[in-house]
Ligand binder design. Structure first.
Ligand code: NAD
Ligand code: UFG
Length: 361
């Protein structure tokens, strides 16, 4: 299949063509969303300090889209906490920035617990600085990357947007704090258009295997660990706990393909731009949970490789089961996830096989 055909399979055509700011656009979710936004004819300015990414991801996005007009994607290396960097991006394009997709932030749960000041600085102060700049440039539309981690250990499943927000770690506290800040902003001025998208577990890669997740150092998340085990870079997968109250004793998560997630951002942006100003808070997940062992088996079958594993003690801070109720996003956005667990496995594997060291070749 031609690259163009593969791309057109998944890319939603947004009705509006806008000049957008994408913070953290070089990262995992950001780069896949940049691809979908460019394909939908938006023009982007990306602000990223590359603390957990590389400019290569955006070069590859341009190649995948076949971008001829390089002005459609301007990239600024800078920090969301810096008023100078923010002024630079807001003044860069001839057309005013109409909306922001805010991915920039730190996301490692363990690190967040040992470095709370740093996490609150980047995730909360960074967002406050961004909102300040948006307000002064009259840009009042933002799609924010929130997280299912803010539900903590859910009392009932599936998790709806009305479930208790009760984070169990610093990372989750910063996401909950930003959501509250956004709520306060909307309450103070009803011209803001805000979407807080609570992602469940983003995995997979672009079907071409050209862009994907490139964690710095030793990965913590399940999919990057599995692909590295399959490649022989790590001896075996350590499964954290075989005594969870689930069918096979391993923990259950709602894994969502990153291309479905990217499409969810396009739909949310389109809704914000189309409808009256509002605050949208919604889960982005598939509504189906898989245990760690089910993921391992699915990966082995889909990719034809072995994933040796051992079951060890539970990881501190983990919970037994998180599964989204995605009904609200389905109804409001008309959005449905399309990629199966097999596709998530296959695409992660293509990316890892072709890029054994991520973007560092
Ligand atoms: P990522 O680390 O791949 O991307 C984040 C990007 O932000 C990186 O490119 C990084 O260099 C950049 N960045 C970090 N601090 C910055 C700063 N101060 N100024 C400018 N750029 C900065 O992570 P991701 O998986 O793409 O996640 C994107 C967003 O989604 C994050 O806010 C994350 O918290 C949230 N999220 C991610 C997951 C997940 O499991 N991947 C789940 C829920 C929510
Ligand atoms: N797991 C293992 N071994 C590993 C890695 C993970 O058994 O080496 C297990 C975990 O214990 C968990 C499941 O695989 O049961 C998924 O773990 P991840 O680390 O991939 O994901 P989490 O559910 O812990 O958290 C992820 C992101 C968070 C985000 C959350 C909800 O890391 O940033 O999803 O969106 F907030």
């Amino acid at each position: 299949m031609m690259v163009e055909e593969r791309l057109s399979l998944r890319v939603h055509s947004c009705r509006f063509m806008s000049q957008l700011l994408v913070t953290g656009g070089a990262g995992f979710v950001g780069s896949h969303t940049c691809l979908a936004l460019l394909q939908a004819n938006h023009r982007l300015v990306v602000l990223d300090n590359y603390v957990n990414s590389s400019a290569d991801s955006l070069e590859r996005v341009c190649d995948l889209v076949g971008l001829k007009d390089r002005d459609a994607l301007k990239v600024v290396q800078g920090d969301v906490r810096s008023p100078d960097d923010l002024n630079r991006v807001f003044q860069l394009s001839d057309k005013p920035i109409e909306a922001v997709l805010h991915f920039a932030g730190l996301k490692a749960v363990g690190e967040s617990i040992s470095s709370p000041l740093h996490y609150w600085d980047i995730n909360v102060t960074g967002t406050r600085c961004l909102l300040q700049a948006m307000q002064s440039y009259g840009c009042k539309t933002i799609v924010f990357s929130s997280s299912a981690t803010l539900y903590g250990s859910p009392k009932t499943l599936p998790i709806t947007e009305n479930s208790l927000v009760d984070p169990t770690n610093t990372y989750g506290n910063t996401k909950a704090a930003v959501e509250r800040l956004l709520r306060d902003l909307v309450a103070s001025e009803d011209s803001w258009r805000v979407a807080c998208l609570r992602y469940f577990n983003p995995v997979g890669a672009h079907p071409s295997g050209t862009i994907g997740e490139s964690p710095q150092g030793i990965p913590n998340n399940l999919f990057p660990v599995i692909t590295k085990v399959a490649l022989g870079q790590i001896d075996k997968l350590k499964i954290f706990g075989g005594d969870w109250p689930t069918e096979d004793g391993t923990a259950v998560r709602d894994y969502i393909h990153v291309m479905d997630l990217a499409e969810g951002h396009c739909f949310a942006l389109e809704l914000l731009q189309r409808e009256d100003p509002q605050l949208l808070v919604m889960n982005l997940g598939t509504g189906t949970g898989y245990s760690v062992l089910e993921v391992v088996k699915a990966f082995e079958k889909a990719c034809g490789v072995n994933v040796p594993y051992e079951i060890i003690n539970r990881r501190p801070g983990d919970v037994a089961c998180t599964i989204a109720d995605p009904t609200l996003a389905q109804k409001k956005l008309g959005w449905r996830t399309k990629f199966s667990l097999d596709a998530m496995c296959l695409h992660s594997w293509s990316w890892q096989k072709d890029n054994p060291n991520g973007y560092i070749n």
